[in-house]
Design a protein around this ligand. Structure first.
Ligand SMILES: *Cc1c(COP(=O)(O)O)cnc(C)c1O
Length: 429
């Protein structure tokens, strides 16, 4: 494939935008090489500025579950735009989407819309701290909750210890309030809770993790967290920015049959526009300004264009609920196809899958947390990524990301993807 125009655009972009991108993972730093500039997309396909076509397994990192340029969403946004893009006043559509979201998701009475998943998680933690009058939170290594300070924390020296900042600019003061545990390790969380009595406001996690590849929580882990939170008056926050409205209308709470106290959303709920949201039962949400003392606001929060995209998306999902099952079947089909080719190759690998999320790690060990994900062979992943890209298959440019299937992907697209893997495998030996 020819990437001439993408390369030229990237050179220009780097002069004016740090690293040439507005979000780091787009820069291909984890896999090497230059990113591809996309000109347009429709259904399952991306088209780049050099005229190359790709089957897309990112779906804008999750939002476009019904495919690119999905007509009901495009029409809703276009119609809305003609009436004005923002007023800074309440609008009817905000209540419409709120009512619909509340009707779909278990355990929530009220929802507040923001502009990104980052904002949603940041606000959820502030609300949890305000509600419980406690300051510390527990998060899990490898779970991503956006780029706000409290979450950019890495493991300190001991296992049960304060985290340390994982980016310059995050203060030690902030880092000390975030305690870090390993995913799927309930014992460790119990130790942290025991060592910090009446100090933990919330435990936040991706109920199905998607930011270290796809990682599934064990039943005892997720149910144990729920029981631990209840016993210690800790709020359990499910970050469903990825899983919300992707695993089903009720998200991971429904899929896992575990109740959260606060749920955060992003991605699918915005239908491809910048939207995040957080939600909880009345008792908690009423703590939020202007009803309650916890401050949170946004000039463009609940923006009419964004809400029209999100509403059209949720309505489409509601009227086409079979889509979740059909996506899961397609993902299982891809899984079986990949299994067959990879087994035949003898290359060690792990595939994790839940609903329409799937990922491939080149390692012999089961991938259950950040540590096991990090042991995978990254040199092999880079070759795999670039080999697939050259075959017209657009995968996440990092081994630490889940693929997201969208409804527009056909079985013939999946067959092409599996055939591409077969052709790429010899170069990975
Ligand atoms: C993407 C993501 C976020 C951050 O959302 P942004 O809209 O990128 O700020 C938070 N949590 C999870 C689980 C995510 O996947």
């Amino acid at each position: 494939m020819n990437y001439q125009r993408s390369s030229a655009l990237f050179d220009q972009a780097k002069q004016y935008i740090p690293g040439g991108v507005n979000s780091p993972v787009r820069a291909f730093n984890a896999v090497g090489g230059n990113p591809v500039f996309i000109a347009s997309a429709k259904g399952a396909y991306l088209y780049d500025v050099d005229g190359n076509k790709y089957i897309d397994f990112i779906a804008s990192w999750g939002p476009l579950i019904l495919g690119h340029a999905y007509e009901p969403v495009i029409d809703a946004v276009t119609e809305k735009a003609k009436k004005g893009t923002s007023f800074g006043t309440p609008t009817e559509i905000e209540t419409e989407i709120a009512k619909l979201a509340v009707s779909m998701v278990p355990n929530i009475d009220k929802i507040r819309f923001v502009n990104s998943g980052t904002e949603a998680c940041m606000s959820a933690v502030r609300l949890a701290r305000g509600f419980t009058s406690r300051e510390k939170i527990i998060k899990f290594a490898g779970c991503y909750h956006g780029h706000s300070d409290s979450f950019l924390i890495q493991a300190g020296s001991g296992a049960v210890t304060f985290g340390s900042p994982n980016s310059p600019g995050v203060t030690r003061g902030t880092a000390k309030d975030t305690l870090l545990a390993a995913y799927n390790n309930l014992e460790q969380v119990k130790e942290i809770v025991a060592a910090n009595p009446n100090e933990i406001a919330a435990i936040i996690l991706e109920p199905i993790a998607g930011n270290m590849g796809c990682i599934i929580p064990s039943k005892s882990f997720i149910e144990g967290l729920r029981a631990l939170c209840t016993a210690n008056d800790i709020l359990l926050i499910f970050d469903e920015v990825m899983t919300g409205f992707r695993l089903g209308l009720g998200g991971a709470q429904q899929a896992l049959q575990v109740d959260a106290d606060i749920v955060t959303f992003g991605k699918v709920i915005g239908g491809g526009l910048p939207v995040g949201a957080f939600a909880a039962r009345n008792e908690i949400m009423n703590f939020l300004a202007p009803n309650g003392p916890v401050y949170q606001a946004g000039t463009l929060s609940g923006n009419p264009l964004a809400m029209s995209a999100g509403l059209a998306m949720l309505q489409a999902l509601q009227s086409r609920q079979e889509v979740f099952e059909s996506l899961e079947e397609k993902t299982a089909y891809l899984h079986r196809g990949f299994d067959e080719k990879l087994k035949a190759s003898g290359i060690p690998y792990q595939i994790n899958r839940f609903g329409s999320m799937i990922s491939l790690h080149f390692t012999e060990e089961p991938v259950i947390d950040f540590e096991s994900a990090a042991k995978a062979n990254n040199a092999r992943f880079k070759k795999y990524f670039h080999g697939m890209l050259a075959e017209g298959i657009y995968l996440p440019p990092s081994a630490f990301e889940s693929y997201f299937l969208n409804d527009a992907i056909s079985y013939s697209d999946l067959d092409q993807t599996i055939a591409a893997l077969e052709r790429v495998l010899p170069s990975l030996m």
